[in-house]
Ligand binder design. Structure first.
Ligand SMILES: [Zn+2]
Ligand SMILES: [Zn+2]
Length: 458
């Protein structure tokens, strides 16, 4: 018996061992160019000898998409679910596209995911390129919404939610382990969507989101939000993807529920770059993280003399606590594109293990908050973040002081004016928790004054 107690005393890892850890994949922005070997319709520069796995100036050939999905299966087939955050059609003019072409591409990738992960639900959302005409998502039922609802019926697996998808391309499902997944259609808030520009709540999604977060609180559920286009500011380019009134409304709804600890994290694509943000509560303490996955397509932006950086294809594996829904770690996998082409084979390698690379306990909001403060002191951490942003390409562009300030401010300022104030002041150490300290100090002064007045009256 004494020996038994000795074993109990010597056992030092009870917290980790009791945690029920689950895994899921997140892949985004495949952007399949069906003309890669012929007309190269997506290629922003002339490419005379295209690599079999792709080219930095072009969207993905089919081999890259197939290879990335197969690599996910090889690395870890036993996952709880997949997140697939849209943009499957290439950057090609509408002149060369149609509803049938876009839906055909979506069907091909849906089939490839189902072939490799037959028993794993995929929580999929549409990207702005998945509609025809490009970006013009309507606020009501359409042929495309119907066709995608039919395609993803097995994954959504709920008649009410499939009907909801037909009317706005968003839905709510509960995962096997009890996590509430809200798959949103944020393309209707995008500044390129002319159909919804003057609406206040296209497809009623805001009202529904508000109701879903209330219901989750009442039912004691934790929520994961996934969609294509992220809210807030893309930095260091300082781009607001949403119309300002939609971004304000989105943040207003999140703020309404933020103190309830319902949302565990948000997962987006669209940026074609790796990044995170932090959402804070009203008192300045942390609420939840926002993760943006980089793209599978290596495509470089080009408009006139302006060019975007090249980046390598990447997919990510995320661990989470099944009981609480809290994210634990991110394992980012990638290929070096020129090496893969030169070797005629891919070698999907771990680009980084988030907790090891940044020396943090996990990827929850409090840990990312501490990391943010460390980045303000130690700018070499931002150099690493910036290297990962483009998925570790060789010779990446450098990030100067303004770029670093923009990234630091972008972690926690989700509106253009707030971001401008932060970057202009250069007050990147201006911590939202300071507000809480001020608030408490002011409250203390008010209480003292009241006591003093009461003392005089008595
Ligand atoms: Zn994209
Ligand atoms: Zn997009």
């Amino acid at each position: 018996m004494r020996f038994f107690y000795l074993i109990l005393v010597l056992y030092t890892g009870p917290v980790e061992s009791l945690q029920d850890i689950g895994w899921f994949w997140h892949a985004s922005d495949f952007h399949y160019d069906f003309s890669y070997w012929s007309d190269q319709l997506s290629c922003n520069n002339e490419v005379t000898s295209p690599g079999i796995y792709g080219d930095y100036w072009c969207d993905s050939p089919w081999l890259l998409i197939k290879d990335s999905i197969e690599s996910m299966k090889e690395i870890r087939p036993d996952v709880d679910f997949l997140l697939w955050t849209g943009d499957n059609v290439a950057h090609i003019s509408d002149d060369y596209l149609s509803v049938n072409i876009s839906m055909g591409i979506l069907q091909n990738i849906t089939d490839e995911l189902q072939r490799n992960f037959p028993d794993v639900p995929t929580y999929a959302t549409l990207g702005n390129h998945d509609y025809f005409p490009n970006n013009q998502f309507p606020a009501e039922n359409s042929e495309i919404y119907d066709r995608v609802a039919d395609m993803w019926t097995n994954w959504i697996n709920d008649a009410t939610e499939i009907t909801r998808f037909r009317n706005g391309a968003y839905y709510s499902v509960k995962s096997k382990h009890g996590l509430r997944i809200l798959g949103l259609n944020t393309n209707i808030y995008y500044t390129s969507d002319k159909v919804t520009a003057n609406m206040t709540d296209p497809a009623g999604q805001f009202e529904w989101l508000d109701q879903q977060l209330t219901a989750a609180k009442n039912n004691n559920e934790k929520v994961l939000i996934t969609a294509h286009i992220p809210p807030g500011m893309h930095t260091p380019d300082t781009i607001l993807w949403y119309y300002p009134h939609f971004n304000d409304k989105f943040i207003e709804i999140i703020n309404k529920h933020v103190d309830n600890d319902v949302i565990t994290a948000m997962y987006y694509g669209h940026d074609h770059s790796d990044g995170f943000k932090i959402f804070y509560k009203k008192d300045g303490t942390t609420a939840f993280p926002i993760f943006v996955a980089p793209s599978v397509t290596p495509w470089r932006f080009k408009a006139g003399t302006q060019t975007g950086p090249p980046h390598n294809p990447g997919v990510r594996l995320i661990s989470y606590d099944r009981a609480t829904g809290q994210p634990i770690n991110i394992l980012m996998y990638y290929i070096n594109l020129p090496d893969s082409n030169a070797n005629n084979r891919t070698d999907w390698k771990l680009e980084y293990n988030f907790t090891q690379a940044y020396s943090v306990d996990d990827v929850t909001a409090p840990s990312l908050h501490k990391l943010r403060l460390r980045m303000e002191e130690d700018k070499s951490l931002i150099d690493m973040y910036y290297k990962f942003k483009d998925v570790s390409v060789s010779n990446p562009p450098s990030c100067n002081d303004d770029c670093k300030t923009s990234i630091l401010c972008g972690f926690w300022n989700h509106k253009p004016d707030d971001l401008n104030t932060c970057t202009e002041k250069g007050k990147t150490t201006d911590d939202p928790t300071d507000y809480a300290v001020h608030l408490h100090a002011n409250l203390a002064i008010v209480v003292c004054l009241l006591l003093f007045v009461q003392h005089l009256l008595l």
